[in-house]
Design a protein around this ligand. Structure first.
Ligand code: NAP
Length: 347
């Protein structure tokens, strides 16, 4: 795409941890250029690089005039975010959101591009439901599930039935650094508000189906049970997960590794700029993946897996890693937007 043909995008919540990731990832993006940034009223009027910051709630008209798509990375009250995202969609803009506010809205797809791109088929129904002509809302799932949902997808032929996951989550997941959260130095906090519920439920929508009879609604996957423990650890970026899994079918370690290597990626051949190659990497070394060494695989968009071994309780166990602010937030949203462009939802 030529520079003057690039799609103009806006970032809502541009001053935050995820907003900053959007800005750095979009700096030399071949399809998108950031034309407008916005945050809360207290930041409005200040500068972010060469751009003036607008108010997300007061400057909707001018923001909508200056871009063709917005990425939402706001951290605020859920009802407020729901209304704001609907307001932008109502003004004709596609909204790709990192926030959880709309994840359980019935006609809003929750997309991991490599896993459930077919869920974008609900967009015309969503637009019809609201009477929106051009705008719509698509959301990204929580950062904590990005490493183990791809495994469940790669291993679906072995019929995953029960999984127990413990996540070791970075402090940037709370929008924090060691400077802003010194209490996390030399510390582990065994609680992340709301995270276990999201980690257990969101995969069921991702693996669900659009109801053909009552269109505009997802039927959740019912054959999978997930239990999680979400723990905050003193790491800057990268969420590691330890996974115990029970399959309905008998399987060998070689078959599990082969299924990761042979994963049929629905993005292959689409040439999306942010799609990592490979999507899944399996490490043979027993001390990998490691958060600091491996979180940047595929520019932070790759998922890495290791330590597949037998488990005396559920059958199998392994570890997996994903970058929370790239794959789990800004990068995942940008890849979703690229898919929307490729599929013709964003002109
Ligand atoms: N961090 C991660 O790894 C991660 C991963 C996945 C999803 N997410 C989600 O992404 C979103 C952003 O997370 P974050 O970590 O970047 O949060 P953050 O660092 O706290 O940034 C929050 C952003 O929201 C803006 N904001 C706050 N209140 C607002 C209001 N009333 N109106 C308009 N803008 C407002 C802030 O603007 P001001 O600077 O003006 O206050 C700031 O730009 C959250 O929904 C989070 O759950 C985060």
């Amino acid at each position: 795409m030529e520079k003057n043909k690039k799609i103009k995008v806006g970032i809502l919540g541009a001053t935050g941890m995820v907003g900053q990731r959007f800005l750095s990832l979009l700096q030399n993006h071949p399809w998108f250029e950031v034309s407008v940034v916005a945050a809360s009223r207290k930041s409005a009027g200040k500068k972010l690089g060469s751009l003036t910051i607008y108010s997300v709630e007061d400057d909707i008209e001018i923001i909508c005039k200056n871009c063709s798509l917005v990425f939402s990375a706001i951290n605020a009250d859920k009802e407020f975010i729901k209304k704001i995202e609907e307001a932008y969609a109502g003004k004709g803009l596609p909204v790709v959101s990192n926030n959880s506010a709309h994840r359980w809205t019935e006609d809003v797809p929750m997309i991991m591009p490599e896993i459930n791109p077919q869920h974008l088929d609900i967009i015309p129904i969503q637009k019809k439901n609201h009477g929106w002509t051009a705008g719509f809302i698509v959301v990204k799932p929580n950062c904590s599930i990005q490493s183990y949902v791809p495994l469940l997808s790669a291993w679906k032929d072995f019929n995953p039935k029960k999984i127990i996951v413990s996540t070791y989550q970075a402090i940037s997941g709370a929008g924090k650094t060691f400077e802003t959260w010194p209490e996390m130095i030399d510390n582990v906090i065994p609680y992340i508000g709301g995270e276990e519920e999201k980690s257990e439920r969101e995969p069921l929508k991702i693996f669900g189906k659009i109801n053909k009879i009552k269109a505009g609604k997802f039927v959740l996957e019912s054959a999978l049970e997930i239990s999680t423990n979400c723990i905050r650890v003193p790491v800057s970026d990268g969420h590691l997960a330890a996974i115990n899994i029970q399959f309905g079918k008998k399987v060998s370690k070689e078959e599990l590794i082969k299924a990761l290597k042979d994963f049929k990626n629905p993005l292959d051949g689409l040439d999306l700029p942010s799609a990592p190659k490979p999507f899944l990497t399996y490490f043979e070394e027993s001390d990998r993946p490691q958060t600091r060494l491996d979180r940047d695989l595929g520019n932070g968009m790759g998922i890495s897996v290791g330590r597949i071994r037998e488990d005396s309780v559920l059958g199998w166990k392994c570890v997996a890693l994903s970058h929370n602010t790239i794959r789990g937030a800004a990068g995942g949203a940008i890849l979703t937007a690229e898919l929307l462009v490729k599929k013709g939802y964003i002109k």
